[in-house]
Design a protein around this ligand. Structure first.
Ligand code: HEM
Length: 375
């Protein structure tokens, strides 16, 4: 249907790899921020509590606010941090695979609740200092909150999301306050010092700290869980699994092919900063541009025979976005997936998918709720 396709509202879907890339990286395209929402005729559509709260998070800010907040976090997962976190992630993986092995001895196991959902919360939880007893609560409210980031949420989904938003605010505001009262040698204490030095208004500093801590946490959970499940589903096909066991040097390439083939996030929206033309289509200022990551990754001009899963294709993908909003946690997600895959290849030579994945009915965040595996 073309690189730029009209949506049945004030927006366009963008499908081609180069056109999506251009939108993600270009200065003519902005995040749909609060100022844009205020300018919309159908302002009411954006007034739901959960929607407004998400509009104040990092992904929905533009310069100069975005630049300032993003700089305050620095390069979260640079090479030395990833090296430092590697043993910790390894411990979480071993513990979860011990539990999985116990279940597999008795028969089929559901990989999603047993492993995919647990590894991201264990990892981010120990990095940010979220106590393990709170992990189930955080997982639950994150799943509920995500509806507000969907393309066309229903009123009842927005109500579920609103309750989750209130719970997330309460939880992360308290976490910041507790760390302020009892500083540690950890990343959150570092952010508190940074913001206290940058922002004389303590209430505003705490508000930004809440938003950053909450958003980094929720951004890291479902996305990584979906990658871990898709990875297991796609790679445990018996001939691929056997081949990867013989060629563990291709583990990173296999992960990139999983990321290309079935991205955890399918849609990201930008708006036109001015009247412009995109791939020959005139676009009016403030129109929404929905970047379709899956379609970009499956563009045959970029990845020939895109529907063939080929570990050695060396193709490109936009699964972590691009430009100034490029995913801050890509290196952590890769570390978790690499560690898990490597150890599963070693421990479970005959691991296979026993029942097909079940997907939540979503468009933007492609959550997989269940995947049966067996030996
Ligand atoms: C497979 C796992 C993940 C996927 C597929 C993913 C994907 C994305 C995408 C598509 C974006 C938007 C980029 C853009 O607008 O151009 C993004 C932004 C972001 N991601 Fe991830 N992500 C993953 C894991 C993580 C993890 C583990 C963390 C944190 C530890 C994280 C933190 C963030 C943050 C904070 C942003 C907002 C950056 C900004 O707006 O400046 N993500 N991610």
């Amino acid at each position: 249907m073309g690189d730029v396709v009209r949506a049945p509202w004030n927006g366009y879907f963008v499908t081609g790899f180069d056109t999506c890339n251009q939108v993600l990286r270009g200065r003519d395209w902005l995040a749909p921020d609060l100022a844009w929402q205020e300018r919309q005729e159908d302002r009411k559509q954006w007034e739901a509590t959960a929607t407004r709260e998400m509009t104040t998070t990092l992904a929905r800010l533009n310069a100069p606010e975005h630049t300032c907040q993003r700089r305050s976090l620095g390069n979260l997962f640079d090479r030395s941090t990833v090296e430092r976190l590697t043993p910790d992630v390894g411990h979480h993986v071993d513990r979860l695979l011990d539990g999985l092995a116990d279940t597999l001895r008795r028969g089929e196991a559901d990989f999603v609740p047993a492993v995919s959902e647990q590894l991201p919360i264990s990892t981010i939880g120990s990095w940010l200092g979220i106590p393990p007893e709170d992990h189930p609560h955080i997982l639950e409210i994150t799943h509920d909150q995500v509806f507000a980031q969907e393309l066309l949420p229903t009123r009842s989904q927005l109500d579920v999301s609103a309750r989750a938003t209130v719970a997330l605010r309460a939880y992360f505001t308290r976490l910041v306050a507790e760390r302020r009262a009892e500083p540690r040698q950890d990343v959150l204490t570092g952010w508190i010092h940074t913001w206290d030095a940058m922002e004389p208004d303590r209430r505003r500093a705490d508000e930004i700290l809440y938003r950053l801590t909450m958003f980094v946490t929720i951004a890291s959970l479902e996305t990584t869980a979906t990658l871990l499940t898709s990875m297991t589903r796609l790679l445990t096909e018996p001939s691929r699994w056997a081949w990867l066991r013989e060629h563990p040097e291709h583990v990173d390439a296999a992960l990139d092919e999983v990321l290309r083939y079935d991205p955890p996030i399918h849609i990201n929206t930008r708006i036109a900063a001015e009247d412009t033309v995109l791939a020959g289509v005139p676009i009016k200022k403030d129109s929404m541009i929905h970047v379709l990551y899956g379609a970009a990754n499956h563009d045959p001009r970029r990845n020939p025979d895109p529907h063939v899963f080929d570990i050695q294709r060396g193709g490109g993908h936009l699964t972590f976005g691009g430009g100034v909003h490029y995913c801050l946690g890509a290196a952590l997600a890769r570390l978790e997936a690499r560690t898990l895959l490597t150890r599963m290849l070693e421990r479970f030579p005959t691991l296979r998918t026993a029942s097909p994945p079940e997907h939540a009915p979503r468009m933007v965040f492609r959550r997989i709720t269940s995947l049966g595996v067996a030996l």
